[in-house]
Design a protein around this ligand. Sequence first.
Ligand code: FES
Length: 135
Amino acid sequence: MAGYSDLVREHFEHPRNAGVLEHADGIGERANPVCGDRMRVMIRVAEGRVAEVRWQTRGCPAAIATSSFASEMVAGWELDAVRSLTREAIAEAMGGLPRDKVHCSVLAADALRAAVEDYERRRGSPSGQGIGEIP
Ligand code: FES
């Protein structure tokens, strides 16, 4: 794993929060358009914040490490903050990724945002713009 920070290596070798979250409040799935690798992330929400995260990722070491890191990073965050999460923010917080691996952090950022969107869709759009579920 040449070129990876110690933090990236550590999360790849000892991933946190991997697995399935039963009865998740929101689920996001994304494929990386560059390589086709995939991530599924499940969140539980309490009082407008991320209370729990679990993930399943089929991807390279950088994708596994960023999935693990991001799952810890967003714990306790307000949903608005998760909505603004970027792949660059994840890569930077991990001490950087090799240039040809920065795209790998897109999975965690996009899947987490998708999980928040799914949570809001299930509850009905907070902005009242008509994307809520039909009972
Ligand atoms: Fe596919 Fe890294 S090469 S996510």
